[in-house]
Ligand binder design. Sequence first.
Ligand SMILES: [Zn+2]
Length: 262
Amino acid sequence: MRNIPSITPARVLVAAVLGMLTAVSVAQAQIFVTEREVLRQARYQWMQQKRTFPVPDDPRIQRYAECIAYQIIDRLDEDFQNLAWEVVVFDSPAKNASADPTGKIAIYTGILEVADSPDALAAVIGHEIAHVTEDHIMKRVRRGRRNELLAIGGGLVVGMPNTAREMSMVYLTLPYGREQETDADIVGLDYMANAGFDPRASIYLWKNLTEAEGDSDRNEFLSSHPSNQNRINNLVQNLTPALITYNEAREAGVRPNCRLSY
Ligand SMILES: [Zn+2]
């Protein structure tokens, strides 16, 4: 997934980010962005999003998502457990979810249509948590310092941002690379299984998303994940260890009880 709220705002946001970019030479484009600046920008964006984006009328949806997320978070290594996690469901048709490097996870109601069971939503959330714990955005920031800025966005970026703030926005907004997506898939699979969610649901989720893509152009989650069949194959290959982890967790009494209705 990518760090973009929903289809319309996403396009506006991407347009805004690209609008900031000016065609300067690579030689001029060595903008030094510290991780601290990216974190500051992430916090600002998260506050803005919470202020401006609607949330679902039914508070049970928020509780349901939190139940799943904390079932996973509470079983992470202690260092990761102690991040300032926050999970918020936003009301948007986008079939999407995102996480920023500070541990703020956004889930858009559109994705609940395809992630339509606790296990499937756990696959989405596990994937997002893995982007955070694997430090994916900051790895891009550090790579960027080694003058590889042009690679960001898979060639989408034709110019360069002018300020560290604009550059931070680029890091927080543009899609992850394929390698990081695969990484988040595999780590996320382990996280969900360890929390007692059935890892087979991840394959169901991706098939569902692929089908949903056929009748909708609103599928941001997929649009940032170009190679869906490879992705499903990759998940299948990693399913056996995840199933072992899942069975061990279940036998140890880890049985999540997250439901939309009580
Ligand atoms: Zn992702």
